[in-house]
Design a protein around this ligand. Sequence first.
Ligand code: 13P
Ligand code: SF4
Length: 360
Amino acid sequence: MADIHQEKNAADLTAKTAEERFGQLPMPSLEFTDEVAKETAHLYERVRHHIPEIEWPVHAPYIFAINRLKKQRNAVILAHNYQTPEIFHCVADISGDSLQLAAEAGMVDEEIIIQCGVHFMAETSKLLNPEKTVLIPDAKAGCSLAESITGEDIRLLREAHPGVPIITYVNTSAEVKAESDICCTSSNAVRVVESMGTDTVFLIPDEYLAQNVAKQTDVKILTWKGHCEVHERFTVEELLAYREADPGLQIIGHPECPPEVVDICDYAGSTSGMIEYARGQKPGARVMLVTECSMAANIEEEVVGVEFIKPCNLCPHMKRITLPKILDSLVYMREEVLVDPILAEKAKRAVERMVNLKSN
Ligand code: 13P
Ligand code: SF4
């Protein structure tokens, strides 16, 4: 596999690091003082169902320090819907699904972007903002889909199937995006497939997303054997057992789940699509989210009156991002995400083509 964490060219190796350009800041005190308690009290209200009061003095000093330092650094925090509640509700400036984060990343004013999500998301932000400094609090936050395919694999597919457009899921490295015609996310995949104007396309590397999209279009879809290690674990038996025990249950799933699992769901869509669907439920509804389990925790507070049932599948990569690591990012300016500029230019075209695709 290509080392997606080290895509530096020769010029970058001689360039100054983010720490050298911006300098380190002193590590703030992490005491739970009266000031910290007062300034973070409104944030505790947003997470009180998930963080016991006795644990708040551990989190609050980090939250207080991060929110101060991000202003001082002129930094913005982008967080995916799978981040933990204390990140999602207490330090994120912008949150959303992969498409929303990519679109927002292209519009931020701040000089520094801290990406709370996985590495391909930080790379996407860097592609869209080559002049900005993009940091990820843990550079090892990868993704089983992104790791399932390389740029060389795409070149071989193109040779074997000349003329067939190659659509890659955003959950891929910049090297793979650079070899692709266009990107897609789970919220726009059908639209992207149909925008190509051909009777056959490649939609890679997520085999299940491709199979789920194939059910919604007449375009023939060729795919790859990549899977999301979180969503591939859901089974028909598990969902049917929940449904049998509670016939009124609304089951909503992510299209990275196997097609037979999606077939049982009342709705399937991107993480933000699932949130919208849950918002549309009547008070008293019971909704099972067939996805990463932080999602339910993040939306419970605002989707009032709906009871969420959460099968607890955690994404170990998303969970590498923590408050202490976000604080380290701001203090030490690490880990900087760099992409070879020639590769970046090509990859950016595939991402921008997707972001600029009109809704109709
Ligand atoms: P979306 O937020 O685009 O639905 O993607 C889900 C996911 O698995 C991201 O890693
Ligand atoms: Fe990758 Fe799945 Fe984790 Fe998303 S949830 S980052 S697709 S492994």
